[in-house]
Design a protein around this ligand. Structure first.
Ligand code: CDP
Length: 232
C-alpha cells in the first residue's frame, strides 16, 4: 500500500469490545503506523484516581493529580504496554473494577481536556491509528479514515468474557454483558464527547466477522482514501 500518506490518521470508534483495539493494532502494524489506545489512557487515569482516593468533585485535588500524572504507551517485542508514572499498569487497567470506575472518570471535563490534548499532541505527526469513543467526532475530526465498529451486545460479552478468563478473571457472560451495556449507555449519554458515530464514519458490524475480515475492511477504506487523495 505505497500510496498511503504518512500523515494519515485512522480513527476507530465504537462501543466496548466491538473489536476496536485488536483491529486498530493490526491495521497500524500493516501500515507501519503508530497505534494509540485512548481507552487505556482513561483507564490509567482512572486507576490513579482510584488508588489516590480523591473525590472527583474535588477539582483542586484532581487538577493537582493530573499535573503530576504521566501516561505513556510503549511498544516492545511482547506488545504494547502502558506506563503510569513509570509503572507498568497494562494488566491492572483491564480489571472489571477499573471498567466500572472509568465511566465517571471519563465523564469529567477536566480529565477529557487533558487527555484529548495529549492525544492531539501524539497525533500531530500523523501516521497513526487511534481507537476510542470520540476519536472521529472530537479528537481528530479531520481524520482521513473514520470507522465505527459495532457488534451485537451478546457477542461482545462473549468476546470480553474470553479475554477476562484468559487473564484468570471469572465472570458469567450475563454479568459481563450487563456491565458492557451499562458502560455503553453511560458513554453514549454523557454530556462531554458522548460515544456516537461521526456523520462521515463508515460503520462496520463485526458480529459475524473474523478479525482478519475487520482488518481487511479497514485497510480497504485506507486504500480507497489513498487513491482519492492521489487523484486530487
Ligand atoms: O476495551 P473497551 O472497549 O472495553 O474500553 P476502552 O476502549 O478501554 O475504554 C474504556 C472507557 O474509557 C470507555 O468505556 C469510556 O468510558 C472511556 N473512553 C472515552 O471516554 N473516550 C475515549 N476516547 C476512549 C475511552
Amino acid at each position: 500500500m505505497n500510496e498511503v500518506s504518512k500523515s494519515l490518521v485512522v480513527a476507530i470508534d465504537g462501543p466496548a469490545s466491538s473489536g476496536k483495539s485488536t483491529t486498530a493494532k493490526l491495521v497500524a502494524q500493516r501500515l507501519g503506523f503508530m497505534y494509540l489506545d485512548t481507552g487505556a489512557m482513561y483507564r490509567a487515569v482512572a486507576l490513579k484516581i482510584y488508588r489516590s482516593g480523591i473525590e472527583l468533585t474535588d477539582r483542586k485535588a484532581l487538577q493537582e493529580l493530573l499535573e503530576h500524572t504521566v501516561v505513556e504507551q510503549v511498544s516492545n517485542s511482547d506488545g504494547v504496554h502502558f506506563l503510569l508514572d513509570g509503572e507498568d499498569v497494562s494488566e491492572g487497567i483491564r480489571t472489571p473494577e477499573i471498567s466500572l470506575w472509568v465511566g465517571p472518570v471519563s465523564e469529567h471535563a477536566l480529565i477529557r481536556e487533558k487527555l484529548v490534548a495529549w492525544q492531539r499532541e501524539i497525533g500531530k505527526r500523523g501516521g497513526i491509528v487511534a481507537d476510542g469513543r470520540d476519536i472521529g467526532t472530537v479528537v481528530f475530526p479531520d481524520a482521513g479514515v473514520k470507522v465505527y465498529l459495532s457488534a451485537d451486545p451478546h457477542v461482545r460479552a462473549l468476546r470480553r468474557q474470553k479475554e477476562l478468563t484468559a487473564r484468570g478473571i471469572i465472570q458469567s457472560v450475563e454479568e459481563v454483558e450487563q456491565a458492557l451495556v451499562a458502560r455503553d449507555q453511560r458513554d453514549s449519554s454523557r454530556e462531554h464527547s458522548p460515544l456516537r458515530k461521526a456523520s462521515d464514519a463508515v460503520e462496520i458490524d463485526t458480529t459475524h466477522l473474523t478479525i482478519g475480515d475487520q482488518v481487511d475492511r479497514v485497510l480497504a477504506l485506507v486504500k480507497k482514501h489513498g487513491s482519492i487523495a492521489t487523484a486530487k
